[in-house]
Each structure stands twice: as C-alpha cells, then as structure tokens.
Design a protein. Structure first.
Length: 333
C-alpha cells in the first residue's frame, strides 16, 4: 500500500510517499523560514498562501522521485491538526481534492502522532514499548508508547513548550527566527557557569515541565546588562539557557524511565535536533544503561514523511481508517 502524506500545519510544506512494503519512497519539503524571518515569527496568512503555491509542485516532485503516476497512490494522509487553521485547510483541501479526483480514501492524522512515530522511520528503530519525549514548538510531552495508537500521557508542560522557550529566549537575545538552532549555535561559544538560570520543576515529583520562568529569567539577565550587551555575554547567557533546559529535559526523561521501568527512550519533535540535548542524553544513556533513539535530523522538524508514515501505520491496524469522504475538517487546537 502506498500512502501519500501531506503536511502543512505551520511554515513547512511537506509531501511524501510511504510504501508499507518498501518504506519511504520519496519526500520533499519547502520551508518558509526565509519568508517569515523578517517578521520575527510565522505570519499565518502568508503561511497559508505559500502552502498553496508549493504543494502541487512538491507533489509532482515526489511522484517523479518515486517514478510513480498519481494513481499509484492508494490512500492520502494529511495533517488535520494541531496547527494554524488556514495552513491546515490548505493541506486538507489538497488531500481531499486529490482523493476525490483519484477516487482514493483520505485520512486525517494528528500532527503530534506524526512526530511521535518519526523515529520509527530511522534505520535503527526502537521496539515498543518505549518512553517518548515529544518536544516541538508548540508541545512538550512525556509519553509511554505501547504501540501505534497506544499512548499514555505521563507529563507535559504547564505553560510554554520547550521549543517556545528556545524561540522566545533567542528573540530576547536578538537572534533570528526560528531561535532554537540559533541560540544552540551561540551557546557553543559561551562559558559555562558564568550565569546560573533556574531549572524549573527539576525536583517536582511529577513528570510535568514549566518553562515560562526560564524565559523570564533570561529577560531579567538581558535587562541587567546596562550598556549594550556584548557578543560574549550573549553567548554566556545562551549557554546558561541551554544548560538549564537540557538539565530539566534529561532529568525528566530519567524520571519517566524509572517510573515506567522501561529501557528505551525516544526523542521526537523539532527540539530533538538540538545538539547539546543529544550529547547530554547520550551520556546519560551510557551511564544509566538505557537506549536512546532519535529521528533522522531532517525528520525532527515538520515534514511530510512522518505524516505519510503515521497514516500508513494507522491503516495497517485499521484499513477502514481512511474514507472516501471528502468533506474535510481541521482541528487547529
Ligand atoms: O516540531 P517542529 O518543527 O514544529 C512544531 O510542531 O512545533 O518544532 C519547531 C521547534 C521550534 O521551536 C525550533 O526553534 C525548535 O523546534 N528547534 C530547535 C532546534 N531545531 C529546531 N530547538 C533547539 N535546537 C535545535 N537545533
Ligand atoms: Zn511539528
């Protein structure tokens, strides 16, 4: 069975073809980052309009890459939410329009399930069950995953998501959008220990997170610099921020592994691309004897491959999950 995946929840248009026999056949992505950069964040209306421009050429691109005609597609999976309403509507209408034209069933996929299952696209894929840390721009969740569709929420953020904390702190330091990769790069030049930032909820007995205080602490530090903040100081603050957030994320993963008794940890979502976090988790895994799995770097942030894959996994469990019903509905929240 060949599933076409369509992702358009935010500022990336992703199309992909996944074959349940042969694996990922093709994927193509267009990132709108350059377009939103000058506004310091995603402008929803611009995002929707750009998805319209990009989606069909990307579809042609994946079909060409896979050397397949359109009618080789057996089912179409699209991101139904969460995300920006207008952006989601573009992907949904394209998926449903294609489904109607080709007489193929369509299936709405939860964006976070796409992220959650993305590490299973890697060569070295984890077996179930595992603990998953889902860290994206909008969400921070720890989950116990027993199989496709079998998810138990263990803990989540009470306020800002991890990616949001990266982005907002980066903005305070005058770094561009998206701030996560930028603050991470700058932190490499910072001196550890110059500044100490709080590690919110590090010792709370639950598996929840809270990152808004960390962002406020960064703001306070930035404000304290009476004269113009110098580059080295920026790097030192970036370093303090990254060290604090990584400490919290690693500690909560260890607590989740302990609570569940599991020995496999899966990291998913955009912040999963973070280098310092990966280094800290790899070191903890060696020390505490568990295994940690990541998606391929290109599948950490939004992409169509994870949506095609999640759709295919859903359809393997229940072939009726996709329907020839083309009146679509998106779920921004
Ligand atoms: O999963 P994702 O692409 O989109 C959502 O579903 O939200 O995640 C985007 C988030 C952004 O906040 C971005 O700054 C962050 O992931 N991010 C990173 C890195 N790469 C992306 N954060 C820290 N370090 C990175 N290398
Ligand atoms: Zn995402």
């Amino acid at each position: 069975m060949i599933v076409l995946g369509v992702e358009s929840s935010c500022d990336e248009t992703g199309l992909a073809l996944y074959d349940t026999q042969r694996g990922l056949l093709a994927h193509a992505l267009y990132s709108q980052v350059a377009m939103h950069e000058e506004y310091g964040g995603v402008v929803p209306e611009l995002a929707s309009r750009d998805h319209i421009r990009r989606a069909i050429p990307l579809l042609e691109q994946v079909l060409t890459q896979a050397a397949l005609p359109r009618n080789a597609v057996d089912a179409i999976a699209y991101t139904q939410g969460p995300g920006l309403a207008g952006a989601l509507l573009v992907g949904a209408s394209i998926a449903c329009g294609l489904g109607l034209a080709l007489d193929r069933p369509v299936l709405g996929v939860h964006h976070l399930e796409g992220h959650l299952l993305s590490p299973l696209l890697a060569g070295d894929r984890p077996d179930f069950p595992f603990v998953a840390l889902l860290i994206s721009g909008g969400h921070t969740q720890l989950m116990r995953v027993d199989g496709v569709g079998q998810y138990e929420l263990l803990g989540e953020t009470l306020d800002d998501a991890a990616g949001e904390a990266f982005d907002k702190s980066a903005k305070l330091l005058g770094l561009g959008y998206p701030g996560g990769p930028a603050i991470s790069r700058l932190a490499e030049f910072g001196d550890p220990g110059t500044y100490q930032l709080p590690r919110p909820m590090l010792h709370s007995k639950d598996l929840n997170f809270s990152f808004s205080g960390l962002k406020t602490a960064v703001l306070t530090l930035v404000k304290k610099q009476t004269v113009n903040i110098c580059e080295q100081d920026k790097a030192n603050i970036a370093r303090a921020f990254v060290d604090a957030i990584v400490d919290v994320l690693v500690a909560k993963c260890l607590a989740a592994l302990k609570q569940t008794g599991l020995k496999r940890l899966v990291i998913a979502g955009g912040v999963g691309a973070n280098r310092q976090l990966r280094e800290a988790l790899n070191a903890a895994a060696q020390k505490k004897r568990f295994r940690v799995y990541y998606p391929e770097l290109e599948f950490c942030t939004d992409n169509g491959a994870m949506i095609a894959f999640a759709g295919a996994m859903r359809l393997q469990i229940n072939p009726d999950a996709a329907k020839r019903e083309y009146a679509f509905n998106v779920r921004p929240r």
